[in-house]
Design a protein around this ligand. Structure first.
Ligand code: PLP
Length: 400
């Protein structure tokens, strides 16, 4: 029996009968960009998360870029974030011309350590960007408290956290803006790239909508007013309906083309109905791993203030490479997220980031030891047991 690290085919086969006719309907509608399919999905995500506004965009990376811009982050501003995350988190900060400032993480759950944040603040700090890494909640109360005291925005990177909770709230709805990814292997994964930005502030929602479509039209004018305090001389009371938008070719901000397309939105809308079931299965698999794995591995400890959505199941071992090779030999896939903490990535140095030359010991330790085991809803109990037995046998053989 093989256990791939992920297997997208099974979910597709299970949902094929529901997905294919709906994809064809969108094809036949010829409404490929925007329109009611995207709007419905956005509404369903907002309802699911319990937040005011949700806007589809082209990827999780774009969601972060749009959120940073909407929060008024400008070239030269600093944004405090974690080094233990996927590259896109800090890449988004750098791509708006701002400076990622890396601070260390907590050894229990690998999220940002709020006790490190205040020492990193300067007069240029604009925002804090925590990541709900592997689907486990960052310490949002402590982060929001710092943000409030220093008038900073909080942008949640929830690319790995959809459906997870912190103190009864869905991840991504706790700070000012939440950013989601629908990359195919995510807990809610599309058949291509896709992302979502959510907020409870009308003002931020207007700016996000303007930026994702070239800063154009009435939204663009309003967004410029919000961001720059200018008053635009548009006759905003003029009736605009249907496809006719007299302002579409008037641009007020330099934005992006970053839209979620209708085919992806329809696919994701159908999958959204299954998300809680998928996350429940991930939780059951995580429990089986936690109960069954040898005590030789170190597992993260998640506080009961959170309900993780188990995007990844990570363990720590001092025999990282050997364990990965052993699993591979036994046809079990594994991941090593993330082998290079971002303050050590070649793309960052003191010219475009801060704290690249200091040691962030916890992030460095976890990066050197982390191994992720297969976790996706379609894994069978037999496969889960095989993974447990194989990891345990690796340690038994080591002890001989
Ligand atoms: C933590 C984190 N942030 C951002 C992203 C970027 O999302 P996307 O790949 O949809 O651009 C990812 C996705 O892999 C991620 O895991």
């Amino acid at each position: 029996m093989k256990v791939p690290f992920f297997d997208l085919k099974i979910q597709y086969q299970e949902l094929k009968a529901d997905l294919e006719p709906e994809i064809l309907k969108v094809m036949e509608s010829c409404a490929y960009i925007g329109g009611s399919t995207v709007a419905e999905f956005e509404e369903h995500v907002a309802d699911y998360l319990g937040c005011g506004y949700a806007m589809g965009c082209a990827s999780g990376t774009d969601a972060l870029v749009l959120a940073l811009r909407a929060c008024g982050v400008k070239p030269g501003d600093e944004v405090i974030t974690t080094p233990f995350t996927f590259f896109a988190t800090a890449e988004a900060i750098a791509s708006v011309g701002a400076v990622p400032v890396f601070t260390d993480i907590k050894e229990d759950d690998y999220t940002m350590d709020p006790t490190r944040i205040e020492a990193a603040l300067t007069e240029r700090t604009k925002a804090i960007l925590p990541v709900h890494i592997f689907g486990a909640a960052a310490d949002m109360d402590a982060i929001l408290d710092i943000a409030k005291r220093h008038q900073l925005r909080v942008i949640e990177d929830t690319a790995q956290g959809i459906g997870g909770e912190y103190k009864g709230k869905k991840l991504g709805t706790i700070g000012d803006v939440g950013c989601f990814s629908f990359y195919p292997t995510k807990n809610l994964g599309g058949c291509g790239d896709g992302g979502m930005v959510v907020t409870n502030e009308e003002r931020l929602s207007t700016i996000l909508r303007a930026l994702h479509e070239h800063g154009a039209g009435m939204q663009g004018a309003k967004a410029k007013e919000y961001l720059e305090g200018t008053e635009e001389s548009l006759n905003l009371s003029e009736k605009v309906d249907g496809l006719y938008n007299p302002y579409k070719y008037y641009n007020y901000l330099i934005g992006y083309n970053s839209r979620l397309d209708a085919v992806q939105a329809r696919i994701l809308d159908i999958k959204l109905r299954h998300l809680d079931g998928y996350n429940a299965r991930r939780t059951a698999i995580a429990k089986a791993y936690r109960d069954g794995l040898t005590t030789n591995v170190i597992l993260p400890s998640y506080s009961d203030t959170m309900v993780p959505c188990w995007h990844q199941f990570v363990l720590r071992t001092e025999y990282k490479q050997e364990l990965c090779d052993y699993l591979q030999e036994h046809e079990i896939g594994c991941g090593t997220f993330y082998p290079v903490p971002l303050h050590k990535q070649k793309a960052f140095d003191k010219s475009n980031a801060r704290n690249t030359e200091v040691s962030l010991p916890v992030a460095e330790l976890i990066s050197s030891q982390s191994v992720c085991l297969p976790i996706y809803p379609e894994l069978t109990d037999q496969q889960v047991q095989l993974v447990i037995d194989t990891v345990n046998r690796f340690y038994q053989e080591k002890a001989v």
